[in-house]
Design a protein around this ligand. Structure first.
Ligand SMILES: [Fe+2]
Length: 303
């Protein structure tokens, strides 16, 4: 599942080499981070002090509002977090524009986050736990079938970040789609189309976001996003799935390595590690060269 791009392979990569790997549910791995990292003194400060200042699992920079959320009120690291995370968002976006220009065309840049806490043993509720294998659903409001692309950097200077996967969405859907209630009766072509009410709701929320309420679209949903949420929850809730170790693979990402994944199509969980940078983007489904591999089209054709 891992497709490794050394610096020399990255330099020589063809126009679609990296994007094809992503669409084929590979984890695109960079042993050496291909983007400039934040200043090391700033990273030291964030690693040392952010864990005591976050009230959520991440400190996240929201580009529409130019604000960081997830920190306790009045947290001293508000301004440093904003500076570091907004810059990271722009350097990663620049890299993606060069590395996967066609796939990334008109992508929506979402949150840029710092995940300071140790993932192992956090005892979160299953649906919020990163330790249970899942595919991502509904990032940043409704995706409507657009792809969720995440770019990660392990900025822990001494410890690996350990991931586990059970393979691609399409393999898991083939095996578990029916059990999850996403195949069979009532799931023919058209079941992912939005109702008139759903379309109205989306256009109202988009209108609100254009007139100064950028967060409005975050509460939008769609039949596709609800189906993905159902599969996400099934994976985390179902003992038969959790206990299935067929095709289970672990990956260790060393300090200062980077990787990127279409997380709607690659099942994943983070078993351990602290201090990671993550940029989330929404890539238009129309940009895919292999649309048949996109979860939207797999769900659409399920019956
Ligand atoms: Fe995830």
């Amino acid at each position: 599942m891992l497709e490794t791009f050394s610096q020399s392979r990255l330099r020589a990569a063809g126009a679609h080499e990296i994007s094809d790997a992503l669409e084929n549910a590979k984890i695109v791995y960079f042993p050496e981070c291909p983007v400039e990292l934040p200043d090391s003194a700033d990273l030291d400060t964030l690693r040392e002090h952010l864990p005591a200042q976050v009230e959520r699992k991440n400190a996240s920079y929201y580009p529409e509002s130019d604000q960081v959320r997830g920190l306790r009120k009045g947290a001293p690291l508000q301004s440093l977090s904003r500076r570091v995370l907004s810059k990271h968002s722009s350097v990663v976006s620049d890299f993606l524009n060069q590395a996967i220009p066609d796939l990334f065309h008109e992508a929506r840049i979402g949150t840029s986050s710092f995940r300071p806490l140790e993932e192992k043993g956090r005892n979160l509720k299953p649906h919020a736990s990163n330790e249970l294998i899942h595919v991502d659903a509904g990032a940043y409001g409704a995706t409507n079938g657009d792809r969720i692309l995440r770019f990660f950097v392990n900025v822990n200077p001494t410890e690996n970040r350990v991931w586990v996967s059970k393979g691609s969405f399409w393999r898991l859907f083939e095996k578990y789609g029916e059990q999850a209630g996403l195949k069979g009766k009532g799931h023919g072509p058209g079941h992912l189309d939005k109702s008139a009410m759903g379309r109205l709701r989306t256009s109202i929320l988009q209108g609100l976001s254009r007139i100064g309420l950028p967060q409005a679209t975050v509460i939008d949903s769609s039949p596709y996003d609800r189906a993905m949420r159902r599969f996400h929850n099934f994976m985390k809730d179902t003992p038969a799935f959790r206990d299935d170790t067929v095709e289970r693979e672990e990956f260790s990402f060393p300090p200062f390595s980077a990787w990127m994944v279409l997380t709607d199509a690659v099942s994943h969980a983070c078993l351990s590690g602290s201090h990671a940078l993550t940029l989330t983007c929404l890539v238009p489904l129309r940009n895919c060269r292999h649309p048949e591999l996109a979860p939207f089209n797999i769900l659409r054709q399920a019956s």
